[in-house]
Design a protein around this ligand. Structure first.
Ligand code: PMP
Ligand code: GLN
Length: 381
């Protein structure tokens, strides 16, 4: 096989979802909502199909979606990407991450990222022939460690791959933390690729700060978003990247040979969604905040130590108060012991000690599913 892929057999999410189906367990492992998003967005997809928009869309994405992505960036963040040259629609954020890495990283280049990190980061950096250098966000405070971040940079640093709001920790990076990352990127003349798929899913007044809005950063930043995350339609696989034409252009070329195009009728639906009023975005975040509260309270009640996530779909829970010393074996036993599936945090780490007793649980689930999951977890005490 491809040497770079030796370590990347089956994703932890596929493994855990398979396990949940086989054991009929409550799936708090893979991050997908079990309730559909705004009905007008769903209706727009049905209409696009009925109208016959079922053939290959243009390579860069349908013009109305590219315009909607640019308008959304301007409306929420004051950014003004050119829809014709600085926007590319992709098959989910996953493809945007891959084309960004393949466009920017040359063999021997280094990519700085925080760990825990989303699993596709390591795989796509390896596919591009690059090497990852990580700085650990340590449980439970998950603070940026300036010394280790500085040490991760070198004269080979080509890209910083950032994710805020963050999967799996629920951390929303502060402006100060982002300024440090920006300063180091400028110092090393590096690009920042920033995965902002949970941009609208923040809680308790935590504000998402896009890297591209920091002074001097828009010209070296590639921003990634996801219609699946934003509108609770993860199966639609509509993502995008925005950034300088010098990166978007090679990304467009690369995409031709990965998927060519994708998600035709879902593109106009996501375009409509991005134009919906603020109340729709706020409503989705408020609902998710309630689900977060429900899961965090329940996990604490079941004996886990749980910091409160400020964004995204996930909570990290330390199982050591339950006597757990290794979250991997705990998660493998959990479907049988309690009928629940979670993901060991170590799946997102290079450092074998980091997150050893920590489990990631998804809270983007119906109240009754969260309640039943928590009820089952309480039986572990
Ligand atoms: N980035 C992060 C941080 C994610 O959690 C996910 C998974 N949902 C993705 C990217 C992939 O997004 P998409 O489903 O749009 O490909
Ligand atoms: N992003 C989702 C998660 O972190 C799952 C996506 C996937 O299965 N690749 O659970």
């Amino acid at each position: 096989g491809h040497p770079a892929l030796a370590d990347f057999g089956t994703t932890i999410f596929a493994t855990m979802t398979q396990m949940a189906l086989e054991k009929d367990a409550i799936n708090l492992g893979q991050g997908f909502p079990d309730t559909d998003g705004p009905p007008e967005v769903l209706a727009a997809a049905v209409e696009a199909i009925t109208e016959g928009r079922n053939q290959y869309p243009p390579g860069r994405g349908v013009p109305e979606l590219r315009r909607a992505i640019a308008a959304h960036q301007e409306r929420f963040y004051g950014l003004t990407p050119d829809p014709d040259t600085e926007v590319l629609v992709t098959v989910g954020a996953t493809e945007a991450i891959a084309v960004a890495m393949l466009a920017l990283v040359r063999p021997g280049d280094e990519v700085v990222m925080f760990e825990p990190y989303y699993d596709s980061y390591a795989a796509t950096v390896a596919l591009a022939g690059g090497t990852r250098r990580t700085s650990v966000l340590r449980f439970p405070d998950l603070a940026v460690d300036e010394a280790s971040l500085r040490a991760a940079f070198s004269d080979r640093t080509r890209v910083v791959l950032l994710n805020t709001p963050h999967n799996p920790t629920g951390k929303v990076f502060t402006r100060e933390e982002l300024e440090l990352v920006a300063e180091l990127a400028r110092e090393h003349d590096a690009w920042v690729v920033t995965d902002e798929v949970y941009e609208h899913l923040t809680f308790d007044g935590a504000r998402h700060v896009p890297m591209a809005t920091l002074p001097g950063m828009v010209d070296r930043t590639v921003t990634i978003g996801s219609g699946g995350k934003t509108f609770s339609a993860t199966g639609w696989k509509v993502g995008w990247l925005t950034g300088p034409a010098e990166v978007v252009s090679p990304a467009v070329s690369l995409k031709q040979f990965l998927t060519f195009v994708g998600s035709g009728p879902f593109q106009p639906a996501v375009a409509l969604g991005l134009g919906l009023e603020d109340a729709v975005f706020d409503g989705m975040a408020a609902r998710l905040a309630g689900q977060r509260d429900r899961l965090v309270a329940g996990l604490r009640d079941a004996g886990f130590e749980v910091p409160v996530p400020q964004g995204g779909y996930f909570a990290l829970a330390d199982a050591s108060p339950l006597g757990v010393t290794d979250a991997v074996s705990f998660c493998l036993e959990l479907p049988d012991r309690a009928g629940v599936v979670g993901v060991p945090a170590s799946a997102f780490h290079d450092d074998p000690e980091a997150g050893r007793t920590v489990v990631r649980f998804a809270f983007c689930k119906k109240d009754e599913v969260l309640d039943e999951g928590v009820r089952r977890l309480r039986t572990l005490r």
